[in-house]
Design a protein around this ligand. Sequence first.
Ligand code: PNS
Length: 160
Amino acid sequence: MKIAICPGSFDPITKGHLDIIARATTLFDKVIVLVAVNPSKRCSFTAEERLDMIRRSTTQMERVEVDTFSGLLADYVDQVGACAIVKGLRAVSDFEYEFQLVMANRKLHNKAETIFLTTASEYMFLSSSFVKELAEFGGNIADFVPAEIVGDIMERLGKS
Ligand code: PNS
Protein backbone atom coordinates (compact mmCIF):
# COMPACT_ATOMS: atom_id res chain seq x y z
CA MET A 1 0.00 0.00 0.00
CA LYS A 2 1.39 3.39 -1.01
CA ILE A 3 1.00 5.88 1.83
CA ALA A 4 1.61 9.63 1.51
CA ILE A 5 1.79 12.24 4.25
CA CYS A 6 0.41 15.76 3.76
CA PRO A 7 2.00 17.62 6.69
CA GLY A 8 1.31 21.16 7.80
CA SER A 9 0.13 23.48 10.52
CA PHE A 10 -3.39 23.72 9.05
CA ASP A 11 -4.21 26.69 11.29
CA PRO A 12 -6.86 26.42 9.83
CA ILE A 13 -7.21 24.15 6.79
CA THR A 14 -8.11 26.10 3.61
CA LYS A 15 -9.63 25.17 0.28
CA GLY A 16 -6.10 25.35 -1.12
CA HIS A 17 -4.98 22.59 1.29
CA LEU A 18 -8.09 20.59 0.50
CA ASP A 19 -7.38 20.78 -3.23
CA ILE A 20 -3.85 19.39 -2.70
CA ILE A 21 -5.16 16.62 -0.39
CA ALA A 22 -7.87 15.62 -2.90
CA ARG A 23 -5.35 15.46 -5.71
CA ALA A 24 -2.94 13.41 -3.58
CA THR A 25 -5.69 10.80 -3.09
CA THR A 26 -5.65 10.16 -6.85
CA LEU A 27 -1.96 9.22 -6.60
CA PHE A 28 -1.76 7.20 -3.36
CA ASP A 29 -3.74 4.44 -1.65
CA LYS A 30 -3.82 6.34 1.63
CA VAL A 31 -3.15 9.99 2.43
CA ILE A 32 -2.49 10.95 6.04
CA VAL A 33 -3.13 14.61 6.70
CA LEU A 34 -0.71 15.32 9.53
CA VAL A 35 -1.11 18.22 11.91
CA ALA A 36 2.45 18.88 13.01
CA VAL A 37 2.65 20.27 16.51
CA ASN A 38 5.33 22.93 16.82
CA PRO A 39 5.44 24.39 20.36
CA SER A 40 7.35 27.47 19.17
CA LYS A 41 4.64 28.42 16.65
CA ARG A 42 1.70 30.41 18.03
CA CYS A 43 -1.44 28.94 16.52
CA SER A 44 -5.01 30.25 16.73
CA PHE A 45 -6.42 26.72 17.10
CA THR A 46 -5.22 23.82 19.25
CA ALA A 47 -3.95 20.69 17.52
CA GLU A 48 -7.18 18.90 18.51
CA GLU A 49 -9.30 21.70 17.03
CA ARG A 50 -7.28 21.66 13.78
CA LEU A 51 -7.58 17.88 13.62
CA ASP A 52 -11.33 18.09 14.13
CA MET A 53 -11.74 20.76 11.43
CA ILE A 54 -9.74 18.66 8.94
CA ARG A 55 -11.75 15.57 9.83
CA ARG A 56 -15.05 17.38 9.19
CA SER A 57 -13.71 18.82 5.91
CA THR A 58 -12.55 15.48 4.50
CA THR A 59 -15.43 13.15 5.37
CA GLN A 60 -16.14 12.61 1.65
CA MET A 61 -12.54 11.56 0.94
CA GLU A 62 -12.31 7.83 1.48
CA ARG A 63 -8.54 7.48 1.32
CA VAL A 64 -7.84 10.24 3.83
CA GLU A 65 -6.84 9.77 7.46
CA VAL A 66 -6.03 12.52 9.90
CA ASP A 67 -3.41 12.47 12.61
CA THR A 68 -1.28 14.72 14.77
CA PHE A 69 2.38 14.43 15.63
CA SER A 70 4.85 16.25 17.79
CA GLY A 71 8.40 15.59 16.60
CA LEU A 72 10.31 15.10 13.41
CA LEU A 73 8.33 14.46 10.26
CA ALA A 74 11.00 11.96 9.18
CA ASP A 75 10.30 9.85 12.29
CA TYR A 76 6.56 9.86 11.58
CA VAL A 77 7.19 8.86 7.97
CA ASP A 78 9.23 5.89 9.26
CA GLN A 79 6.61 4.99 11.85
CA VAL A 80 3.77 4.65 9.31
CA GLY A 81 5.89 3.38 6.40
CA ALA A 82 5.00 6.25 4.06
CA CYS A 83 6.70 6.48 0.65
CA ALA A 84 6.04 10.18 0.04
CA ILE A 85 5.53 13.59 1.60
CA VAL A 86 3.15 15.72 -0.44
CA LYS A 87 3.23 19.52 -0.26
CA GLY A 88 1.50 22.28 -2.18
CA LEU A 89 3.61 24.90 -3.91
CA ARG A 90 1.93 28.25 -4.55
CA ALA A 91 4.64 30.52 -5.81
CA VAL A 92 8.39 30.85 -6.14
CA SER A 93 8.39 32.49 -2.71
CA ASP A 94 7.38 29.14 -1.16
CA PHE A 95 10.25 27.35 -2.79
CA GLU A 96 13.22 28.33 -0.63
CA TYR A 97 11.59 27.26 2.63
CA GLU A 98 10.18 24.07 1.12
CA PHE A 99 13.54 23.24 -0.42
CA GLN A 100 15.19 23.55 3.02
CA LEU A 101 12.62 21.15 4.49
CA VAL A 102 13.19 18.66 1.67
CA MET A 103 16.94 18.72 2.29
CA ALA A 104 16.50 18.33 6.05
CA ASN A 105 14.08 15.44 5.61
CA ARG A 106 16.30 13.77 3.05
CA LYS A 107 19.21 13.95 5.49
CA LEU A 108 17.06 12.49 8.28
CA HIS A 109 15.23 9.94 6.18
CA ASN A 110 16.44 8.99 2.73
CA LYS A 111 13.59 6.72 1.65
CA ALA A 112 10.52 8.93 1.25
CA GLU A 113 10.32 11.34 -1.68
CA THR A 114 8.86 14.82 -1.30
CA ILE A 115 6.40 15.59 -4.08
CA PHE A 116 5.17 19.10 -4.84
CA LEU A 117 1.77 19.64 -6.38
CA THR A 118 1.27 23.11 -7.82
CA THR A 119 -1.69 24.86 -6.31
CA ALA A 120 -4.79 25.43 -8.42
CA SER A 121 -4.65 28.95 -9.90
CA GLU A 122 -7.67 30.18 -7.89
CA TYR A 123 -5.82 29.41 -4.64
CA MET A 124 -2.39 30.84 -5.55
CA PHE A 125 -2.73 33.69 -3.06
CA LEU A 126 -4.49 31.70 -0.35
CA SER A 127 -2.95 30.93 3.04
CA SER A 128 -4.18 30.23 6.57
CA SER A 129 -2.81 33.64 7.64
CA PHE A 130 -4.83 35.36 4.89
CA VAL A 131 -8.00 33.59 6.07
CA LYS A 132 -7.36 34.59 9.68
CA GLU A 133 -6.76 38.23 8.82
CA LEU A 134 -9.89 38.30 6.69
CA ALA A 135 -11.93 36.79 9.53
CA GLU A 136 -10.50 39.25 12.06
CA PHE A 137 -11.52 42.20 9.90
CA GLY A 138 -15.01 40.81 9.37
CA GLY A 139 -14.51 39.72 5.74
CA ASN A 140 -16.32 36.83 4.11
CA ILE A 141 -14.17 33.70 4.31
CA ALA A 142 -16.73 31.33 2.73
CA ASP A 143 -14.87 31.16 -0.59
CA PHE A 144 -11.60 30.23 1.05
CA VAL A 145 -12.29 27.53 3.66
CA PRO A 146 -14.48 24.41 3.66
CA ALA A 147 -18.11 25.23 4.51
CA GLU A 148 -17.97 22.89 7.53
CA ILE A 149 -15.49 25.10 9.39
CA VAL A 150 -16.57 28.67 8.54
CA GLY A 151 -18.45 28.86 11.86
CA ASP A 152 -15.45 27.63 13.89
CA ILE A 153 -13.20 30.31 12.42
CA MET A 154 -15.66 33.19 12.71
CA GLU A 155 -16.49 32.20 16.29
CA ARG A 156 -12.80 32.22 17.25
CA LEU A 157 -11.55 35.17 15.23
CA GLY A 158 -14.46 37.20 13.94
CA LYS A 159 -15.71 40.27 15.77
CA SER A 160 -19.05 39.56 17.41
O1 PNS B 1 2.08 24.49 7.22
P1 PNS B 1 3.52 24.70 7.58
O2 PNS B 1 3.65 25.40 8.92
O3 PNS B 1 4.31 25.38 6.50
O4 PNS B 1 4.16 23.22 7.75
C1 PNS B 1 5.52 23.04 8.07
C2 PNS B 1 5.74 21.60 8.57
C3 PNS B 1 4.83 21.30 9.73
C4 PNS B 1 5.48 20.65 7.43
C5 PNS B 1 7.23 21.49 9.00
O5 PNS B 1 7.53 22.50 9.92
C6 PNS B 1 7.54 20.13 9.64
O6 PNS B 1 7.70 19.16 8.94
N1 PNS B 1 7.61 20.10 10.99
C7 PNS B 1 7.92 18.90 11.75
C8 PNS B 1 9.34 18.98 12.36
C9 PNS B 1 10.37 18.64 11.29
O7 PNS B 1 10.48 17.50 10.89
N2 PNS B 1 11.10 19.69 10.80
C10 PNS B 1 12.02 19.55 9.67
C11 PNS B 1 13.39 19.08 10.03
S1 PNS B 1 14.21 20.09 11.21
